[in-house]
Design a protein around this ligand. Structure first.
Ligand code: GTP
Ligand code: MG
Length: 249
């Protein structure tokens, strides 16, 4: 039977949802909370996460981080300076992480005593938004230099966030960033979601972010919108080469 591209995509996403649900159960059994960080490339995920991990290590918390990249191990080297357990996950060109990629690392690498696992997703505000990774908290970051209209342009990502973090606030003035418009846009896409402000250069917002994550870990209620509808139709687990070769209908 010849399936349409949309049917193939829906099947891949449904399979990922099933694996993510299993992973969530397994992580809960081990007492691990997962925080999934999503943003476009260069928004400051690694810089901010490095600071959050360092604070967590100072406080004696058992934290770990998996960072995903298409091609380099740069971010793992940066994050490892925090003293936390860190691993690079290479996606070999795939634009997002899937639950199946995570499962092996959770089984083979994640230190037994880990309480909090941070995942830095591939820098991309489109594809990663459609993939549940079994996370307890999904954080979507955006830098002031990206423009206040981005929540409206990327509704799947912003609509599925449990928490939004505005980064690089030191550059808000030079960038002419309109904070009121940004807040209004976030509120339109994801009513009631909390927005934190941060600046990795000064450390502003680092403690607030860690407290927010720890509150969820302690079972505090979090604003949890359902995952937004998935307009994204890019074929996920099949490679572009497969599609080009006509292997995917
Ligand atoms: N001025 C300023 N620059 C920052 C801040 N946070 C990060 N940067 C810079 O922004 C650039 C990108 O930061 P990264 O942390 O690598 O961004 P990323 O989101 O991890 O990027 P990818 O992993 O490639 O998606 C780097 O040059 C950082 O030094 C900040 O708060 N203020
Ligand atoms: Mg990074």
């Amino acid at each position: 039977m010849c399936e349409s591209m949309d049917e193939v995509t829906q099947a891949v996403l449904a399979r990922n949802d099933g694996l993510a649900a299993d992973l969530r159960d397994e992580l809960a059994r081990r007492g691990v909370s997962v925080v999934n960080l999503l943003s476009s490339p260069g928004s400051g995920k690694t810089e901010l996460l490095g600071r959050v991990l360092a604070r967590a290590v100072e406080r004696g918390l058992a934290v770990a981080a998996l960072t995903a990249d298409l091609a380099t191990e740069n971010d793992a080297h940066r994050l490892a300076r925090s003293g936390a357990a860190v691993k690079q996950l290479l996606t070999d060109g795939l634009c997002h992480l899937e639950a199946r990629q995570l499962r092996g690392h959770v089984e083979s690498w994640l230190p037994e005593d880990t309480s909090l696992l941070f995942i830095e997703n591939v820098g991309n505000l489109v594809c990663p938004a459609s993939y549940d990774l079994g996370e307890s908290l999904r954080i979507v970051l955006m830098a002031v230099t990206e423009g206040e209209d981005k929540p409206l342009k990327y509704p799947t990502a912003f609509g599925s966030a449990h928490l939004v973090v505005l980064t690089k606030t030191d550059l808000a003035g030079p960038a002419g960033f309109d904070e009121a418009a940004f807040d209004a846009h976030v509120g339109r896409i994801n009513p009631g979601v909390e927005v934190l402000r941060s600046c990795a250069r000064t450390g502003a917002g680092v403690d607030a972010l860690l407290e927010r994550v720890l509150a969820v870990w302690d079972g505090a209620p979090v604003h949890r919108p359902p995952l937004a509808p998935r307009p994204h139709t890019h074929t996920p687990s099949h490679s572009h080469e497969d599609a080009e070769a006509g292997l995917v209908p």
